[in-house]
Design a protein around this ligand. Sequence first.
Ligand code: F6P
Length: 342
Amino acid sequence: MKIGILTSGGDCPGLNAVIRGAVLKGDRVHKAGFAGFRYGWRGVVDGDIMPLDRHSVRGLSRQGGTILGSSRTNPFEGPNGGPENIQRVMDENGIDAIIAIGGEGTLTAARRLTDAGIKIVGVPKTIDNDLAATDYSFGFDTAVEIATEAIDRLRTTAESHQRCMVVEVMGRHVGWIALHSGMAAGAHAILIPEQPQSIEQICEWVESVRDRGRAPVIVVSEGFHLDTMEEAHSHKGLDAFNRPRLGGIGEMLAPMIEARTGIESRATVLGHMQRGGVPSAYDRVLATRLGMAAIDAVFEERWGSMVSLKGTDVVNVSIADATGGLKTVPQQRYDEAALLFG
Ligand code: F6P
């Protein structure tokens, strides 16, 4: 059997470890052959394929990014898009099945293609940790580590100048990165999409910190919106899956806080720093296990399924379960963090 692997959507630390896990187990246990689709679904629709063998995955688990490249290509769009063309590309290259490593957009497309008869197994990937049907996704732990270190650093410069620091982190429409990095770094308020707040409440937290002689550190998720806003701030248009590109809420909040409290305020956007560089040890292990489980799922012909973490076990779920709705931060997780705000 020959299996094509693709990495699609925003990249994520641990992608290479999944590829390595799948190829090594596929080679040793199942005697499978592999090919890599370049730049996600774009490589599938265009037939842009690279050889992938056990030598090409040597030492990969610690390497950031993805050796296959990634893109936010929608496989149903463009002149070569759609299941018939994809099946033709697979047949021409002797590829029997696909392992698709991706987030919500990628897996939704994978589900539609599986419904049309393409043999696909999914692997969940996202720093946002927003995919349902898996407890954690690889990349999230690394992103939280990077954000936590950045917040720690911003705190010392904030204290030197008695400033308020507003730190914007990624996460799209869920607040997991903000919640975990904010708790780890002892932020004075954590603003997440699931919990809109008023500017008055935010300023109250900021002033109470200042009144204790401390420099306020506010962590805001890119998808957060004030209670006066209809939706998350977005001024960058839409991505290939017609979802708004988020970012900019930190720059919006800092001057509002300064104007209302008189405390000099600065915004820092961590941006793609959170996705770059080497994966954490946790993410390397999780990603390797998911890659190995994905190859087993292929040989068990579990088309339309996704490998997933439940507790400490790697299990199989349907892609439909994972893409049915976002995994948001539960009220109780927010409440326990909010006890320490201000
Ligand atoms: O989904 C991962 C993510 O990093 C989000 O947190 C963020 O909103 C988005 O991707 C950024 O996308 P791009 O890399 O296309 O700018």
